[in-house]
Design a binder for this molecule. Structure first.
Ligand code: FAD
Length: 461
């Protein structure tokens, strides 16, 4: 059996930054990273918009899995804030969480991100404009690496780590077992017919590993709590409509309380001059977006999500299952992502190819024209429509007939795994970090959680 001091499961931001900090703090530690997906340069989504138009459901999704994790082709927006992106601060303290996010930012800058823009809500007049219109702008600093620079940072991090860490790509971990009583003898990590031994194990399996993580928790008797799911659409409109917000803030997280149901609807993942993309989580196709730092790759459109959180109480526990069912419905009707003009939605008719082709906003994703009201629950869709009209007051043009809505966008949250302030489970030496812990939902929080655990392990080693 091959033995390691530390095994990390998942090469997303959580896994990468824990490996980075361990290597830096404790030279000589034997570290391995197991990753279901491929290395960075092999990550290629077959959708080319010509020969392959829709998701072909690869064994592992090149967008979600592989070195860089779900963040590899993301917009590379590192939000330095405790107001959204996760609740890491609740485990490690607010200042510590912010310090770690700043530290992650400094690593990104020293690995290819220097010169990228840092935006801040600190003294913006947009906050007042929002308040005057029933909208609330959350506070944050945002480092926008862009998809292209984000890729370069990941390449540089990999080149630095590859000689000091054993990377096992295309190697799915089937199970994690306690070795000895309650992990006293460390852990066994099982992949196919190979078993690896380690003293400490860091699980950073991300959102795509959520089902697998549930199984690990069941097997190792680690308590979990069911969580929430966010359901909504991705909006695409001319970049000029939002330029006064995006030029100053890049990304604005705005919350609106609906008049009808007092539900909270929020903007999420804003991509100025970006593109809308589809994403495949465990065979379910949903929508997302990103944008490039390089002006040559800018589009004429800005996209962002409008999401509503659904929290469930007893006896229903499967919040992700609920989100999946809604996404499946859109996949059933549209074969993948559905696109609809706002003008069609409010007139109660489906969009068709002719209307999309004549639309003043040209879609950046080839999606199936359809009717989102057949997919999204009324209460959620009503809230989204209400918020579009509210946003129209601070960014006139948002509620134009030509604004495009893509659906569905679903943010699956992992159940919350019971972990302590070290992000350690009830089994000593078994840590759960990043999005699979249910604690983080963002690049910056996931990366910071990796640094935190690496420091805990280095202190004990
Ligand atoms: C298109 C897109 C755009 C995004 N844009 C942004 C953004 O701009 N800003 C932001 O803050 N967040 C963004 N996010 C979210 C962000 O990418 C995640 O929050 C972040 O990547 C979480 O990091 P992680 O390390 O916890 O998990 P992940 O990045 O999901 O990495 C987990 C890795 O573990 C691997 N894995 C899972 N199970 C196993 C197993 N059993 N064995 C071996 N390997 C396994 C997976 O293949 C994956 O590579 C975006 C996400 C997507 C999909």
């Amino acid at each position: 059996m091959v033995g390691y001091d530390v095994i990390i499961i998942g090469a997303g931001p959580g896994g990468i930054f824990s490996a980075y900090e361990l290597v830096k703090l404790k030279k000589g530690l034997k570290i391995a990273v197991f990753e279901s997906g491929t290395q960075l340069e092999k990550r290629k989504c077959p959708i080319d918009g010509k020969r392959v138009q829709a998701c072909v459901k690869c064994k592992t999704c090149a967008i979600m899995n592989g070195f860089g994790g779900a963040g590899a082709f993301s917009d590379g927006k590192y939000n330095i804030t405790n107001q959204f992106g996760g609740t890491l601060y609740a485990y490690i303290g607010k200042q510590e969480a912010l310090d770690l996010m700043q530290y992650v930012d400094s690593i990104n800058l020293s690995h290819g991100g220097e010169g990228t823009a840092l935006y801040s809500t600190a003294s913006t007049a947009i906050k007042k404009l929002c308040l005057q219109n029933g909208l609330h702008l959350l506070d944050a600093s945002v480092r926008h690496l862009g998809t292209d620079i984000n890729y370069i940072v990941l390449e540089n991090l990999y080149n630095e780590l590859k000689d000091q860490v054993d990377f096992y790509f295309e190697t799915h971990v089937d199970s994690v077992r306690l070795s000895g009583r309650d992990g006293a003898g460390g852990y066994e990590v099982v992949t196919g017919n190979q078993t690896y031994q380690c003293s400490k194990c860091i699980i950073s399996a991300g959102r795509s590993g959520s089902k697998w993580m549930e199984g690990v928790c069941r097997q190792l008797d680690i308590p979990t709590k069911s969580n929430r799911v966010d359901i909504g659409v991705r909006i695409e409109l001319p970049a000029a409509v939002f330029s006064h917000l995006t030029d100053e803030l890049y990304e604005s997280k705005i919350i609106y309380r609906t008049k009808e149901f007092e539900d909270l609807v929020r903007t999420f993942c804003m991509n100025p001059k970006g593109v809308v993309v589809s994403e495949n989580t465990n065979g379910i196709v949903t929508v997302n977006g990103h944008s490039y730092e390089d002006p040559a790759r800018h589009t004429e459109n800005t996209n962002f999500a409008l999401l509503v959180s659904k929290h469930f109480s007893e006896p229903f526990k499967d919040s992700n299952g609920y989100g999946e069912s809604i996404a499946r419905l859109s996949n059933m009707l549209g074969g993948g992502v559905i696109v609809q003009r706002f003008g069609d939605l409010i007139r109660g008719r489906r969009s068709n190819l002719a209307r999309i082709e004549e639309n003043f906003v040209t879609p950046t994703l080839s999606a199936t024209p359809g009717d989102l009201s057949l997919v999204i629950p009324k209460r959620i869709l009503d809230g989204i429509i209400e918020m579009i009209y509210a946003l129209d007051k601070i960014a006139p043009g948002t509620a134009n007939d030509d604004t495009l809505l893509y659906g569905v966008e679903v943010k699956f949250y992992n159940m919350e795994v019971e972990i302590d302030h070290h992000l350690e489970t009830r089994h000593k030496g078994l840590f759960v970090i990043g999005d699979c812990s249910g604690v983080t939902h963002s690049l910056s929080h996931a990366s910071a959680s990796g640094i935190h655990v690496a420091r805990v392990i280095a202190d004990e080693a």
